[in-house]
Design a binder for this molecule. Structure first.
Ligand code: ADP
Length: 481
């Protein structure tokens, strides 16, 4: 196996039909920790996107004709190459996105795990023989790739969010045109570079960077695109859904959350604090599954908040490249202003600052714990996407379930209890796609990731993770006697 040099991996051109191309103009990618330019990448629009879709469409014929074993072999090779380049991939990720290097390393491994999982899964795409309603007919159902897939991904997990769309799409026999977030295109281009080295043929995987609205309009209106998979904000997800309606595309949407994190009186408080730190402060609170509202039962409210404050004091804020840093910068100025607005709103409406500073230092926000938060405050009613832990009190199970479910979002929820009957009741009653019980870390390639309500639909990973990329075709064979 030949390894790519760090320079080779730091690709700044787009991939269309197996060619690395530049565009008429470029835009800058900035390091959020330093404000310095990391690279410039092509500012492409509708016409390049159309070329990429055409290439993906043409390449689809041969790609889906490969045996599952052959596609699996290419994906396994890609997986091996990702692992072999894990360190430069992680460094690139921290440079463009800001998260601590340890988290970037974990993300690269997490992304790679989807490539391995779907390399294995695609060899088990079975059809069905159906007991017939008529002795003269034989009925069966087969599963076929949907065709060209458009993938639009966010900046908070630039490697893993893309890997977990590319891997199932390619494994199923689909071809892809992907658009990474403009803040973080380099991880996507590096992954594509490794995919080419692994033997993914020309046109099967295409990456375009540039104007989101122009690229998005083409991806959602072009009839050759048969499916859109999107991870990002609920507002953009709704827009893309509308745009997909005219050509009736299949869609998977992984949108915003507003996760409740519930600590009952009978919880193990050390475990609950540890879970809160992981769930709330990983990636500086910039994850769609992160705890957004921390509900604490009255009897342990003071004890829990004291322990949480103590734990938060130990978190170190700084450039993610520095050893020992656990909270990096926020991604950009828009993110910083949003977090600031949420904190100011809370403090102006009765919440108290238990830990942290009111004002950020540039993009660096020291982690904050807010006490006495009430449900109508912005920190509780909207997704903050920052290192802010708002604590709300609750009386009993019914009270907290009503509050937790009073949200249009339904992605993840967490709760801590040692009562097994309560664990079953609460897990059943929470209106979300994913529940962490006595844990703040739930993500794995072997489980189905996704939401309900306005958090979207479709599931990534898990036993049925290929379904979103396969159409069912029913065959009715008549004239048997
Ligand atoms: P955030 O607010 O966290 O940046 P977005 O939903 O804006 O989340 O971004 C997620 C992805 O959606 C990014 O790749 C972004 O470029 C893309 N995006 C944003 N606006 C549009 C649009 N109008 N059409 C297509 N993609 C878009």
């Amino acid at each position: 196996m030949t390894l790519l040099t760090d320079d080779d991996l730091r690709e700044t051109r787009c991939l269309i039909n197996g060619e690395w191309i530049t565009g008429p103009a470029t835009f800058d990618v900035l390091n959020p920790a330093t404000g310095q330019r990391v690279a410039s990448v092509p500012l492409l629009g509708a016409s390049h996107t159309r070329s990429a879709i055409d290439a993906a469409h043409k390449a689809g014929t041969n790609w889906k004709a490969l045996t599952a074993h052959e596609r699996s072999g290419i994906l396994k090779c890609w997986h091996t190459l990702i692992l072999a380049h894990a360190e430069p991939l992680a460094r690139l990720l921290t440079e463009e996105m800001g998260k601590p290097l340890a988290e970037a390393r974990a993300e690269v491994m997490y992304g790679a795990s989807y490539v391995e999982w779907f390399a294995e899964a695609c060899r088990r795409v079975y059809g069905e023989v159906i007991p017939s309603h008529d002795p003269r007919k034989q009925l069966s159902a087969v599963r076929q790739p949907v065709g060209v897939v458009a993938a639009i991904t966010p900046w908070n997990f630039p490697n893993a969010m893309l890997a977990r769309k590319l891997a199932p799409a390619l494994a199923a026999g689909c071809t892809v045109v992907a658009k990474p977030a403009e803040q973080t295109p380099l991880s996507a281009l590096a992954l594509a570079k490794l995919a080419c080295a692994a033997g993914v043929p020309a046109g099967v995987l295409n990456i375009v960077t540039g104007d989101p609205a122009a690229i998005g309009s083409e991806l959602t209106s072009n009839p050759l695109v048969r499916k859109l998979t999107f991870t990002g904000s609920t507002a953009v997800g709704k827009l893309l859904l509308r745009q997909c309606a005219d050509t009736v595309k299949r869609v998977s949407m992984e949108l915003g959350g507003n996760a409740p994190f519930i600590v009952f009186d009978d919880a193990d408080l050390d475990e609950a604090v540890e879970g809160a730190i992981i769930s709330k402060f990983r990636n500086a609170g910039q994850t769609c599954v992160c705890a957004n509202r921390l509900f604490v039962q009255e009897g342990i409210y003071d004890a829990f908040s004291a322990r949480l404050v103590e734990a938060v004091r130990h978190l170190r804020v700084g450039d993610g490249m520095q050893e020992g840093v656990s909270i990096g910068p926020l991604i950009d100025d828009r993110a910083r202003r949003k977090v600031e607005r949420h904190v100011q709103d809370a403090l102006a409406h009765g919440a108290v600052l238990l830990q942290g500073a009111r004002e950020p230092d540039g993009f660096f926000f020291a982690p904050i714990v807010l006490g006495d938060v009430t449900p109508s405050l912005l920190v509780a009613s909207a997704e903050t996407f920052g290192p802010v832990a708002p604590l709300l009190r609750f009386r009993d199970e019914a009270d907290v379930l009503a509050q937790a479910n009073a949200s249009e979002a339904g992605l993840a929820a967490y709760f801590f209890t040692r009562d097994i009957a309560r664990a079953h009741r609460v897990a059943a009653a929470l209106e979300v796609g994913m529940v962490g019980i006595n844990t703040g870390a739930i993500s794995t390639e072997v489980a189905p990731f996704g939401g309900i309500k306005e958090s979207g639909y479709g599931r990534e990973g898990g036993p049925n993770g290929l379904d979103d990329y396969l159409d069912v075709k029913y065959l009715c064979l008549g004239g048997l006697n």
